[in-house]
Design a protein. Structure first.
Length: 396
């Protein structure tokens, strides 16, 4: 996805919001329909739901006034989400609420539906809206077939064109790096370098805390509460933008400098699951676990690996994360007491001392040798083959 900042007029924004409402309404209907599904009964598929949508549009003029493309694609997105759920790759699709995750998708885009107006301005044709301007911050790839329009909590509109990203050419030097992801240090490299995601500045954090305290005292449904929520959303969006920018720059740099990038095969979804438990069996340390979950998500663990796989296909190796932080990278002895603190590692067997995250990154790099050899890939330290077509052929 290549994303651009959309700049709709007030009238265009009104129609875009209607598209978002229709897409959310149709999505929630599909979620409710599947919530009543029971084993042994056939659930309505995409074709049947489209037929039901046609009947609903005939009975509801306010729904018929919207774009059928937007509404059908909401059903198609739900069908794909259910397929991912049954394929055990994603969670079950849930309800969409107003103001959170707003957006819709447009398909069957023609070559003339995206054009450049000036050096920094482009236009995209949206059904029922017309030509909507966006900031031409970089070139739009040729052959765009679909795009998604989204609105974040800060009220900003974006358009993301679905294109296949071009892989970055490997340096061909045989260089291999291990990457250990953490909360205090976002990414530690086996080369000894420590990288951290930029967060809000001290003054921004203080302002965010003040706004959150005011929000807690504001009356629900009041205009003041809405303004406070918008101000908090703008600060949160600023933090998210900085994290995404860091992920893009870091993943590009690693893909350019190393042939093989080794990471831990972490189940982030399971790691960030809530610890509150149930009413009958309440969890322990719920607030501490919630803080850890926020730290993991704020460090961009999943985003970094996803972008690395996009930019260096075939060059990312995932290894077993067990004992990587307890094993000495010098002698290989596993000792849970060797980590003296969050940052200090000292082996009690050979006396080796190192930064704990760097030591883990070196263990991750070492563990990749066995994985690469087992998959029939190049030896550790040899040039990687970043040919997506070759990877697809090997997977068949």
């Amino acid at each position: 996805m290549s994303r651009f900042r959309l700049q709709p007029t007030p009238e265009q924004e009104r129609v875009l919001l209607e598209h978002c409402r229709h897409a959310r309404f149709v999505w929630n209907l599909a979620v409710e329909q599947h919530a009543h599904w029971k084993p042994g009964r056939k659930a309505a598929g995409y074709t049947e739901q489209c037929r039901q949508l046609t009947e609903a549009r005939a009975d509801n003029p306010w729904l018929a006034a919207g774009s059928v493309i937007v509404q059908q694609q909401a059903l198609k997105d739900h069908a794909q989400a259910m397929a991912n759920f049954f394929g055990r790759t994603h969670r079950r699709p849930t309800w969409r609420s107003r103001g959170r995750g707003e957006g819709f998708r447009i398909v069957a885009v023609k070559p003339g539906d995206v054009r450049r107006v000036s050096r920094k301005v482009g236009e995209v044709r949206v059904p029922k809206v017309g030509w909507v301007r966006f900031r031409w911050s970089r070139a739009v790839a040729e052959g765009v077939k679909s795009f998604r329009v989204t609105r974040d909590r800060a009220g900003r509109w974006h358009v993301a064109f679905a294109v296949v990203p071009e892989p970055i050419a490997a340096p061909g030097t045989g260089a291999t790096v291990g990457v250990d992801r953490g909360v205090v240090v976002s990414a530690a490299l086996s080369t000894g370098e420590l990288l951290s995601v930029p967060t809000l500045k001290g003054t921004e954090k203080a302002r965010l805390l003040r706004l959150q305290r005011k929000l807690a005292r504001a009356q629900r449904g009041s205009t003041r509460r809405g303004k406070l929520k918008a101000a908090i959303a703008r600060l949160k969006a600023r933090e998210t933008d900085r994290r995404k920018d860091w992920v893009e720059k870091t993943s590009t740099r690693l893909a350019l400098e190393f042939d093989v990038i080794v990471v831990e095969d972490l189940k982030i979804t399971n790691m960030t699951r809530s610890a509150k438990g149930t009413r009958e069996a309440p969890g322990r340390g719920v607030r501490q676990k919630a803080g850890l979950n926020r730290g993991i998500l704020a460090s961009g663990w999943g985003q970094l690996v996803t972008r690395l796989e996009h930019k260096a296909p075939g060059g990312v190796v995932k290894v077993d994360p067990r004992f990587t932080s307890q094993r000495c990278s010098a002698c290989g002895v596993v000792d849970r007491e060797a980590r003296e603190s969050q940052a200090a590692f000292r082996c009690r067997s050979c006396g080796f001392a190192c930064n704990a995250d760097v030591n883990a990154a070196r263990n991750i790099r070492t563990a990749a040798g066995h994985v690469v050899s087992a998959r029939g890939g190049p030896p550790l330290g040899g040039p990687a083959n970043r040919d997506p077509q070759r990877d697809l052929l090997l997977m068949r």
